[in-house]
Design a protein around this ligand. Structure first.
Ligand SMILES: Nc1ncnc2c1ncn2[C@@H]1O[C@H](COP(=O)(O)OP(=O)(O)OP(=O)(O)O)[C@@H](O)[C@H]1O
Ligand code: SF4
Ligand SMILES: [Mg+2]
Length: 338
């Protein structure tokens, strides 16, 4: 990321509650699944924000809200100052060009009956003014080349490619409209470990080449480590800690981040001996019925009475620029903890 890069995406107090209904003929709302529950952050030009958390914490719902594929319950998502959640018609279409997504599973996310040329070129059918009709095939071939695929394979079908190649097809499609922002929703988790690094390297190369900003979603802090400039850690619909690469990995302040980091394998044997492992007890509670106060308190070894009574805000301590939603936030070097 370039120093002092401008903010291109501003997310404020974003909330998505899915109604929880009962009854088959007459549906009654009996509650809400709080999938995203008050999320705020900025994304700067050319930077990568890693978003990490356990299954069900709201990562994909957040991604869909940012792309206006879901309507929020409340809150705003401003791209260059315009709120995509309230945009309609041609304005929404224009804004969507600027924010694209690469999906998790390259096996199911590509239509098996469409050729690669049709898949990568489909955005040009929707946004007809981007490339004139006669130039689209050539443009698709250029995109295939950019992501390291053979442009002569334009008439092949997805099943004729490996998993890593299919993910490259998904990335080429994401690049077609020359967006400034790409959301990568666990783009390598379905791939073999040996292929993951190749796809990550490709994403990094494309970021530099096209000055892209990424929101990179993953379960695990080790996946986003090398690609992220900043990391947001999510728990039950909320960001609980937000910091730079160094802040999150060298001095995490939220107990949940510390526990996640403690689970990351340590490559050097010395670190493995000296580090203390934090074992998280149980599964996250249901987002339909989160604990009062701090959502993490039912699994937190530091919890006190105040944690049940007051929801900790995602705030930095005075003199710090490292927000953490914990009443007792304190930095801890998890890897070298004694
Ligand atoms: N359309 C929907 N209707 C009702 N509930 C939903 C819907 N989409 C998601 N949810 C619920 O919202 C919560 C967050 O789901 P989401 O898919 O955003 O999680 P995630 O962090 O992406 O999980 P994973 O890591 O498994 O992909 C879950 O409890 C999920 O069951
Ligand atoms: S606010 Fe309390 S329960 Fe929540 S993470 Fe901090 S110490 Fe644990
Ligand atoms: Mg998901």
């Amino acid at each position: 990321m370039k120093a002092n890069a401008e903010s291109i995406l501003e997310v404020r107090d974003l909330v998505k509650h899915f109604p929880l209904t009962q009854g088959i003929v007459v549906k009654r709302q009996i509650g809400a699944i709080k999938a995203v529950d008050g999320v705020s952050f900025d994304l700067h030009r050319g930077e990568t924000l890693g978003v990490v958390g356990e299954s069900g914490c709201g990562k994909s719902t957040l991604a869909k809200l940012l792309m206006a594929l879901e309507r929020p319950t409340s809150g705003s998502v401003r791209i260059h100052g315009r709120d995509i959640t309230t945009a309609r018609g041609s304005e929404l279409k224009r804004m969507r060009r600027n924010i694209q997504m690469v999906m998790q599973d390259p096996y199911t996310s590509l239509n098996p009956r469409m050729t690669v040329g049709d898949i990568v070129g489909e955005p040009f059918e929707i946004h007809t003014d981007v490339v004139p009709k006669g130039g689209r095939r050539r443009r698709v071939q250029e995109l295939l080349e950019v992501v390291g695929l053979n442009p002569d394979h334009i008439n092949r079908y997805p099943h004729q490619f490996s998993g890593g190649q299919r993910q490259r097809i998904g990335i080429a499609r994401g690049l077609a409209l020359q967006p400034e922002i790409i959301i990568c929703d666990e783009p390598v988790s379905a791939l073999d470990v040996s292929i993951q690094a190749q796809v990550m390297n490709l994403l990094e190369r494309l970021q530099n080449e096209f000055d892209l900003a990424y929101i990179f979603i993953a379960h695990d802090l080790s996946v986003v480590r090398h690609i992220s400039d900043r990391i947001a850690v999510m728990y039950l619909g909320k960001i609980v800690e937000l910091g730079s690469d160094a802040q999150i990995y060298d001095g995490p302040t939220h107990p949940y981040t510390q526990a996640l980091l403690s689970a990351v394998p340590v490559p050097d044997p010395e670190g493995r001996e000296t580090r203390q492992r934090i074992i998280l007890q149980g599964d996250p509670p249901s987002p339909a019925n989160p604990p009062s106060g701090c959502h993490f308190r039912t699994r937190c070894w530091k919890a006190q009475d105040i944690c049940a009574e007051q929801t900790p805000a995602l705030e930095a301590r005075p003199g710090s620029d490292h927000p953490s939603a914990c009443h007792f936030a304190e930095a801890r070097d998890v890897v070298n903890a004694q």
